[in-house]
Design a binder for this molecule. Structure first.
Ligand code: GDP
Ligand code: PGA
Ligand code: MN
Ligand code: MN
Length: 608
């Protein structure tokens, strides 16, 4: 199939050539250029409903919203099928899967050959971040999935606008993102509700700035603007261009005195970014506004401050646990409609439901596998990694600055994770390089966001383990280098938080969610020099009085607060061999300085 360039809505030469080349390879029935309009979204939705792939929710419950159930085997990111194909293996580093790029291209070219038979090839132009940015980051995804096209309209700036901007002042560079579900339909073959392939590849060519994805329709594997572009490929761009592409939320916090702070937070998938980004502070007089819930691109401004921009346009949030009592602002965002729900449960009256949405479970549901569900079923009605995909601009606490191409000055960076033991509720690092050390040693229990075992502690540097597009040793060195990349750097202060510490009987010690505002208040108090702390071998932690417990004194008594803040020297000593093993794994390019920092930590623990 060749592209009729007189019909194509662009003159971009490289784009037209690429579209022709892919059409010739994948042999779709037709080619469709997405314009990003409401009419288009409605039409694709209606087509998917007619095909039995989507279910339209009742408009009186959630307007313009659709429900999808994936293949039960295609519910999460597939890290063991994710590759960084740099020319040299060492450039992918010890934490990524690597294949020779030419070999990988040969294998995948055969998979793509004819893979779009019987399907429409969607050409999806998009921009990550505001289109009017100084250096807009364009992409074009080619996909044979209408679910992907609809989701990309929510998650990115997609369609006519970016396509036009791509030829303004000459043809602009874009990242080609090729995606096929790998389920061709031969003559007379009926489609399935969720086409995908057992064989999956999520592949990045960092030197070509290109992405090839095959076999999965799941968000993180298929919406290529998100993890693949904005983290894996962008982290390489950021290394080359002197900035940071990070797995972080961005939040604006205003104190009772009216002072505003911008806070970024890097937590692994399903460890609380979306919730913190939309926090409803329980502490009197504090307000929060959302800028981003998953990705933060930070660049220096002239004065040497790091400014953060969220490149996305929507939220792809974990559904279970999102409810009126935990994250009311997410509930309000979703209530605006225009959303896509994947692998949640359905109510009998055409709405969606998941564990944690309401205090009481409904008596009857249709579970994510399409089976009737009752309170006696004994299984989860929604998949633990079920998701809502919803537009940013419906968030009631969205900050005015959310689409400012200049971004916002980041005052503090939080690293975090899910640890039942050892890591205190919050600790403050003593310098940028100490912050990098702490970020490099971060660990978290695995979650349902990626295929594999849940609840296993693994090291996850800066919450970027699955998303660093190059050698992790170089990546950590790049973080250290931020101190030297500007003449007058004013880098954010770095903190480590853990909302997930548990008591011996397995209960969360800290109430979390809106109550995390009490921790944020301490953090900004430290920025201003007004909050008290004690020094420990691992950093500064709040004194018992320094966390405002007004209204929760009963739930969080002195003993509980002490337990959640405790730096237990013996527990930390047990952490040391794990960190040593991790640093060893990071290999020859891992900065030597951090080995020295580890020696200092050992000495401090021995002397404590
Ligand atoms: P993200 O994937 O990092 O954006 O994480 P989410 O904000 O979507 O949260 C993932 C899961 O952790 C959800 O089930 C939340 O309900 C839960 N969670 C988020 N914040 C907290 C918290 O402060 N305490 C507890 N106990 N759970 C939380
Ligand atoms: P999350 O984003 O960080 O909100 O879970 C999706 C993912 O990381 O797969
Ligand atoms: Mn994420
Ligand atoms: Mn999230």
């Amino acid at each position: 199939m060749s592209v009729d360039t007189t019909q194509a809505p662009t003159t971009h030469k490289a784009l037209l050539e690429w579209v022709s080349e892919i059409a010739a390879l994948t042999e779709p029935d037709s080619i469709y250029w997405c314009d990003g309009s409401q009419e288009e979204y409605d039409r694709l939705g209606a087509e998917l409903v007619a095909a039995g792939t989507a279910f339209k929710l009742d408009d009186s419950k959630k307007k313009n919203s659709y429900y999808f159930a994936s293949d039960p085997d295609d519910v999460a990111r597939v890290e063991d099928r994710t590759y960084i194909c740099s020319t040299e293996e060492i450039d992918a580093g010890p934490t990524n899967n690597w294949r020779d790029p030419a070999e990988m291209k040969a294998v995948m070219t055969e998979l793509y050959r004819g893979s779009m038979h019987g399907r429409t090839m969607y050409v999806i132009p998009f921009c990550m971040g505001p289109i009017d940015a100084e250096d807009p980051k364009f992409g074009v995804e080619i996909s044979d999935s209408a679910y992907v096209a609809m989701s990309m309209r929510i998650m990115t700036r997609m369609g006519e606008g970016p396509l036009k901007a791509m030829t303004t002042g000459g043809d602009r560079a874009f990242v080609p993102c090729l995606h096929s579900v790998g389920f061709p339909l031969e003559e007379g073959q009926a489609d399935v509700p969720w086409p995908c392939n057992e064989e999956k590849y999520i592949v990045h060519f960092p030197e070509d700035r290109a992405i090839w994805s095959y076999g999965s329709g799941y968000g993180g594997n298929a919406l290529l603007g998100k993890k693949c572009y904005s983290l894996r490929i962008a982290s390489v761009m950021a290394r080359d261009e002197g900035w940071l592409a990070e797995h972080m939320l961005i939040l604006k916090l205003t104190s009772p005195a009216g002072k505003a702070y911008h806070i970024a937070g890097a937590f692994p998938s399903a460890c609380g970014k979306t919730n913190l980004a939309m926090i409803d502070p329980t502490l009197d007089g504090w307000t929060a506004e959302t800028l981003g819930d998953d990705i933060n691109w930070m660049r220096f401004d002239k004065e040497g401050y790091l400014r953060g921009v969220n490149p996305e346009n929507g939220f792809f949030g974990v559904a279970p646990g999102t409810g009126w009592s935990t994250n009311p602002n997410a509930m309000r965002t979703i209530d605006g409609g225009n959303s896509i729900f994947t692998n949640v449960a359905r109510t009998l009256d055409g709405d969606v439901w998941w564990e944690g949405m309401t205090d009481e479970n409904p008596a009857e549901l249709i579970d994510w596998k399409g089976e009737p569900w009752t309170l006696e079923s004994g299984v989860k009605a929604a998949h633990p990694n079920s998701r809502f995909t919803t537009p940013m601009d419906q968030c009631p606490i969205l900050s005015d600055e959310w689409d400012d191409p200049k971004g916002v000055r980041i005052d503090a960076i939080l690293f975090g994770g899910r640890r039942a033991t050892t890591i205190p509720l919050v600790l403050e690092t003593s310098s940028w390089s100490h912050g990098v050390f702490v970020g490099a040693t971060c660990s978290s229990e695995t979650t349902a966001a990626a295929k594999g075992k849940v609840g296993v502690v693994r090291r996850d540097p800066m919450a970027m383990l699955p998303f660093i597009g190059y050698n992790a040793g170089d990546y950590i060195q790049h973080w250290l280098d931020m101190e030297t990349l500007h003449e007058t750097p004013h880098l954010p202060k770095v903190f480590y938080v853990n909302w997930f510490r548990k008591s011996d009987d397995g209960k969360f010690l800290w109430p979390g969610f809106g109550e995390n505002s009490r921790v944020l208040a301490w953090i900004v108090g430290r920025l201003d020099g007004t909050a008290d702390a004690v020094q420990t071998p691992v950093g500064f932690v709040p004194t018992l009085d320094a966390i405002d417990r007004t209204g929760i004194e009963d739930e969080v008594d002195d003993e509980t607060l002490a337990a959640v803040l405790k730096v237990d020297v013996d527990e930390w000593k047990q952490e040391i061999p794990l960190i040593e093993e991790w640093f060893t794994k990071l290999g020859e390019r891992f900065p030597k300085q951090l080995w020295k920092d580890l020696e200092d930590l050992k000495t401090a623990l021995d002397n404590a």
